[in-house]
Design a protein around this ligand. Structure first.
Ligand code: ADP
Ligand code: MG
Length: 371
């Protein structure tokens, strides 16, 4: 045990591969240069106390706590402590001072940056090292079973395993995360993230129904997950198998997104590896069309940002993250970034929408101990 320390974990932007993780598939995120930092001090009375600059109410819970005992923002903190205990990892009580510059609720995974920073702080105080993927699974369980959001392994794996100046190629079924070097600046490009500020109030139910449809499709095809289609068949062969589901057009559309999205992730990994960064753009736009038309998890504000960015010269753009609002990621010539921002800002003003936020992203380091 140690007495005190500081740990931090980044938010993430997913370049491509959304709603693939819980289908055993692929994703290609990177860590944001925005992080949640936890200054932690051990307590010997078993109490977990936390304050956050992003919340008004403090958290106090006696460890290990019971599932669902705490709601609101504290669930993300207490949930991680609970999930660690469930996994047999003994952690001490602590005082946590939390601060973050990750935008909250913008689809950039502030929740996982918080959960991962807390997980590292608590295990760090205990001097217990839990590595990825085990730690990612513990964090996932906190979010699934304590917070109640049915998310996959993408966000916490990106936050925990990312490396500066690299994208992180995640294979959710194998539970592996491989750094892929990506020097955007050398190619004269930037990743521009647009926080559309579109609220995503329906997320939980809508997210769950998408997940259900994917699982229904896999089950009816006799598969454990939709990923198995990618193992045995090419994309056309996999899509042809969806003919067996023609009485369930919703399942067909959802599965078509997953099949084609997995193929697009592999394509982008290939392009990035070959230094063909500009060619990634159209693949991003194709991914957006797939989410908009087949997965039906986009919203008009997000479509407007994507279309405007591409119209103003972005090489490609797509919604990033779970969807139903949130953020857009665009691949843009560095010289065109101001023009793309101005165009999106003007389009939002014309549509009487709230002013969007902008962030240019160089892939940052993953979670770790800072002091
Ligand atoms: P996202 O992860 O895309 O930002 P979520 O809805 O999954 O959106 O998570 C946002 C929620 O996470 C917030 O409403 C809040 O409860 C919690 N949260 C995230 N970061 C913080 C923080 N620094 N302080 C307090 N709560 C936080
Ligand atoms: Mg989240």
């Amino acid at each position: 045990m140690i007495d005190a320390g500081t740990w931090s974990a980044p938010g993430r932007v997913n370049l491509i591969g959304d709603h693939t993780d819980y289908n055993g598939g692929f994703a290609l995120p990177c860590a944001l240069p925005r992080r949640t930092t936890v200054v932690a001090r051990r307590r010997d009375d078993g109490l977990l106390r936390a304050r956050s600059t992003g919340a008004t109410e403090p958290l106090e819970v006696l460890l290990p706590g019971a599932r669902g005992e705490v709601g609101g923002w504290g669930a993300y903190v207490a949930g991680v402590a609970w999930s660690l205990a469930e996994a047999g990892v003994a952690v001490p009580g602590a005082d946590l001072e939390i601060s973050s510059d990750v935008p909250l609720g913008a689809g950039l995974s502030s929740s996982h940056s918080l959960e991962c920073a807390v997980a590292l702080a608590l295990t760090g105080l205990a001097e217990v090292e839990v590595r990825v993927p085990a730690l990612a699974r513990i964090v996932q369980r906190a979010e699934n079973e304590y917070v109640g959001a049915p998310t996959g392994l993408l966000d916490q794996t990106a936050s925990l395993a990312s490396v500066a100046d690299h994208l992180t190629f995640i294979d959710a079924r194998a539970e592996t995360a491989r750094p892929v070097p990506c020097d955007l600046a050398a190619a004269g490009l930037e990743l521009l993230v647009v926080d559309t500020r579109a609220a995503h109030a329906l997320t939980d139910g809508a997210y769950g129904s998408r997940r259900d449809a994917c699982e229904r499709a896999a089950g009816r095809l006799g598969l454990g997950t939709l990923r198995e289609l990618t193992d045995d068949l090419d994309v056309d062969g996999a899509l042809a198998r969806l003919g067996e589901l023609d009485d369930d057009p919703e399942a067909v559309r959802r599965a078509r997104h997953v099949i084609t999205e997995n193929a697009r992730v592999l394509q982008v990994v290939e392009l990035v590896g070959s230094g063909l960064l500009r060619e990634v753009g159209p693949v991003l736009s194709a991914s957006h069309a797939s989410m908009r038309d087949d997965f039906e998890n986009s919203v008009p504000e997000v479509d407007l940002a994507v279309e405007t960015a591409v119209g103003a010269g972005a090489l490609g753009a797509r919604m990033t993250g779970g969807g139903f609002g949130g953020s857009v990621v665009a691949l843009v010539d560095a010289a065109l970034v101001p023009a793309v921002q101005a165009a999106v800002r003007a389009a939002y003003a014309d549509a009487s929408l709230a002013e969007p936020g902008f962030l240019t992203v160089v892939p940052a380091r993953g979670a770790g101990r800072d002091a």
